[in-house]
Design a protein around this ligand. Structure first.
Ligand code: CU
Length: 157
């Protein structure tokens, strides 16, 4: 039945388009926290945000297992190649678009990641948006080489 609806042409198709392509959902996916190999240095989280039915801003990222969490953007000096990062207060997530927080670009930094995510291999992280939506994500936790956290390896044997 749905297939037949989808091939109706013209104005009817425009009206029914919502039934064929689902309304985009605000989502956070592919979240990974890479632990800093140096104690006291911040760990970096990367993830993708998928925009929902309306433009929103990502306002805050937080975790009960980290002391401080900041959103950062990276700029590269065209002349010197020097890389600097600066905190961001908010990040626009356009409707239906993917915004990547990835290596060499926007990212989240976490200071003071406690032992719980290091043992579990996942960290509870909350993403707060300007439309008051809070998305709770269990992000994978890894060492810098991509393996499980050392504390988890010690438990798993
Ligand atoms: Cu940073």
């Amino acid at each position: 039945m749905n297939r037949r609806i989808c091939i109706i042409s013209g104005a009817a198709a425009a009206l029914l388009l919502g039934g064929c392509s689902p309304t985009p959902q605000l989502k956070v996916k592919e979240a990974v926290l890479t632990l800093s190999p140096v104690d006291n240095n911040p760990s970096a989280m990367h993830f993708n945000v998928y925009g929902g039915p309306e433009d929103v801003h990502l306002l805050r990222v937080s975790s009960p297992s980290a002391i401080r969490v900041e959103m950062h953007d990276v700029t590269v000096d065209a002349k010197t190649g020097a890389v600097t990062m600066a905190p961001m207060n908010r990040v626009l997530i356009p409707s239906g678009e993917k915004v990547a927080f990835k290596k060499g670009g926007k990212h989240v930094m976490m200071w003071g990641v406690n032992v719980i995510p290091r043992r579990l291999g996942v960290i509870e992280t909350e993403f707060l948006f300007s439309n008051n939506v809070r998305i709770l994500v269990k992000a994978r936790v890894q060492e810098i080489d991509g393996s499980d956290p050392d504390e988890k390896k010690a438990i798993d044997g």
